[in-house]
Design a protein around this ligand. Structure first.
Ligand SMILES: [Zn+2]
Length: 386
């Protein structure tokens, strides 16, 4: 992630922690917050007063009463405390969303492009930014822009490589931030989705979980002790060639039965095309599966077993018991859920914690929301000093 503006931001930890806790868990009572943050109730009330005065928090009218008989007035973040933009950038498309501070999508626009030169994509992103603001006329002040890409992003926010764009060592955030006059943050897409699930999605309230995405690629993210694991390796897409089926087909890099070959749509469609003798889309493959086609059923159930093994493996090695599944090919899980669970439970002893699988129904557009979440998370502290 890249902060363009390098001025020192200093917000007392307790204020920042409180604002963050309310953003993630709100509406939430002062009592719960005090306990969660280890603060006394008077301290918490004093800190929240400061944030209410600055229009960041507000008291929700709650008709339920606490034990003293008074209304509890839980705290929440004012959705209009800030507006943010997120863009999911692929090899031929930029999907942009404008959200409120809780990453709720307000408007969405897409821009397609053929020319992948950095200067062209830069222009397209500036136009997308302007068009989104115009469409959301009531949200003219955008605090920050987040961009997620399926590629390797250095810690400083420069793009190491994004193969589908044909880019290597590109600084997109710097010039964009200069032109737009707001901070721009770039993040690897799976790290972005893990962060979005953690703060605003199915991972809310979970301190430890793994995110697995199935689609054009296979994504693996980890949240540990309430933080997204955001190391260099986490941004590299490791584990994509883990062997999950010793009898499976061989991938383009020579691994037999690897995760990529068994679980990603390009690999499955290539296998289907070779079998049927003509190109097949993923939706067509789903239809064939539902109609009982033997080949489609075989590759779906093989994918289900592979997914079950992958989840069991992650659970055993990373010691997490909660999973968020997402991605365009989530139908692979839905269609074969029994088989997935059969594989998960194969090696798990009865003493093991039962696993929880949460399925994010969001489609590809959810990735743009993930990018907006990056902008919110990266720039949230700036809002508190503004
Ligand atoms: Zn492979």
């Amino acid at each position: 992630m890249k902060t363009i503006d390098t001025e020192e931001i200093s917000v007392p930890d307790s204020i920042a922690d409180l604002a963050r806790a309310v953003l993630i868990h709100g509406p939430v009572s002062r009592g719960e917050l005090a306990e969660q943050l280890g603060l006394s109730l008077p301290t918490l009330t004093r800190l929240s007063r400061a944030l209410i005065d600055r229009g960041i928090l507000y008291e929700v009218d709650d008709l339920s009463q606490n034990t003293t008989g008074r209304p509890t007035k839980p705290l929440d973040v004012r959705p209009e405390a800030g507006y943010y933009m997120g863009v999911k950038l692929t090899g031929d498309q930029a999907i942009g969303v404008l959200t409120d501070i809780k990453a709720n999508e307000l408007v969405r626009l897409e821009a397609n492009f053929m020319d992948r030169r950095v200067s062209t994509v830069h222009r397209i992103l500036v136009k997308l930014y302007q068009d989104l603001i115009e469409k959301a006329h009531y949200a003219s002040e955008v605090k920050a822009l987040g961009i997620s890409i399926g590629g390797y992003v250095h810690q400083d926010g420069t793009i190491g490589y994004a193969s589908f764009l044909g880019w290597e060592n590109v600084d997109l955030a710097g010039p964009l931030s200069e032109e737009l006059g707001i901070p721009v943050y770039i993040e690897n897409d799976i790290v972005a989705v893990a962060g979005a699930e953690h703060w605003f999605g199915l991972g809310r309230g979970h301190t430890d979980f793994s995110v697995i995405t199935v689609g054009a690629g296979l994504g693996y993210g980890l949240v540990r002790r309430d933080r997204v694991v955001n190391t260099q390796d986490a941004r590299l897409g490791i584990g994509t060639h883990i062997i999950l089926d010793a009898d499976g087909p061989t991938c383009s890099e020579g691994y037999k039965g690897c995760a990529t070959e068994l679980l990603t749509t390009p690999a499955l469609l290539e296998q289907a095309t070779a079998h049927f003798g003509h190109t097949v889309s993923f939706d067509e493959l789903v239809t064939l599966f539902k109609e009982g086609d033997t080949f489609a059923r075989n590759i779906f159930f093989r994918a289900g077993r592979a997914l079950g093994r992958l989840i069991a493996l992650v659970s055993s090695l990373a010691l997490v018991d909660t999973f968020v599944l997402a991605g365009e090919a989530i139908e692979l899980f839905r269609s074969t859920e029994d088989v997935v669970w059969e594989e998960i439970n194969r090696d798990r002893k009865v003493e093991f914690t039962p696993l929880t699988i949460l399925v994010d129904e969001g489609n590809f557009v959810a990735w743009a929301r993930g990018a907006a979440a990056v902008a919110i998370q990266s720039s949230f502290d700036r809002l508190l000093v503004a």
